[in-house]
Design a protein around this ligand. Structure first.
Ligand code: SF4
Length: 204
């Protein structure tokens, strides 16, 4: 067994929280086995970068990912990311959203250039690990034309480690957002974006 505990290093929470993370450790070899059994090889169709289905397309971005892309494209996050479209009521007339997603242009990701990803080496974890996802309950797979195709053990392991890394970053972002929420007082009657760096009031 090759267990990887859930990122206690990046968390600042209580001992109880750390215990939960360790208990929720994930098994990389088990994940790799699932990936191998499912099978996947990218066909380069680009459908994961476009609005092909009825479901609204959204790629979430952690603050770390936003910073990586900002550095790569030398543009501020507002140029390629937008507050996630779904909001929740937070009381006293205020509603909020909890993070950023990639901007879309003409029905596809703003970084999709017709042939592929223009920020391939800096693309977010969701893109790197698509069509797979992971939670502490285990991995899962979305519909994708590339699934069912033979995957080598080496590719499966690389992807499995990518999924664990993604889980760690998502977990760290979620914990940081919880800490922000515990520390701040939200303005009344506003639309706000809450991420791991703080709260922004959204206008327009
Ligand atoms: S960042 Fe790249 S891989 Fe991800 S959706 Fe956009 S174009 Fe596709």
């Amino acid at each position: 067994m090759s267990m990887v505990a859930g990122c206690t290093k990046t968390l600042t929470g209580s001992a109880a929280m750390k215990h939960e993370r360790v208990r929720g450790g994930v098994d990389v070899l088990q994940i790799a086995g699932y990936l191998e059994r499912t099978g996947f090889s990218c066909r380069g169709c680009g459908s994961c970068c476009r609005d092909d289905g009825e479901e609204r397309w959204a790629v979430f971005l952690s603050d770390l990912e936003l910073r990586r892309i900002e550095a790569a494209v030398t543009q501020p996050r507002e140029s390629f990311a937008t507050p996630y479209h779904e909001t929740v009521p937070l009381g006293r007339g205020t509603e909020g959203t909890f993070g950023w997603s990639l901007r879309r242009k003409d029905g596809h990701c703003c970084f999709y250039n017709g042939n592929g990803c223009s920020i391939y080496h800096f693309r977010p974890w969701i893109c790197r690990t698509y069509p797979f996802s992971i939670s502490y309950e285990g991995p899962s797979c979305d519909l994708c034309p590339g699934t069912g195709r033979r995957m080598t053990r080496g590719s499966a392991l690389t992807l499995a480690f990518g999924l664990v890394r993604r889980l760690c970053e998502e977990d760290a972002e979620a914990n940081a957002i919880r800490e922000v929420l515990n520390m701040i007082t939200l303005p009344d009657n506003s639309r706000v974006l809450i991420d791991s760096t703080g709260v922004r009031v959204l206008h327009g």
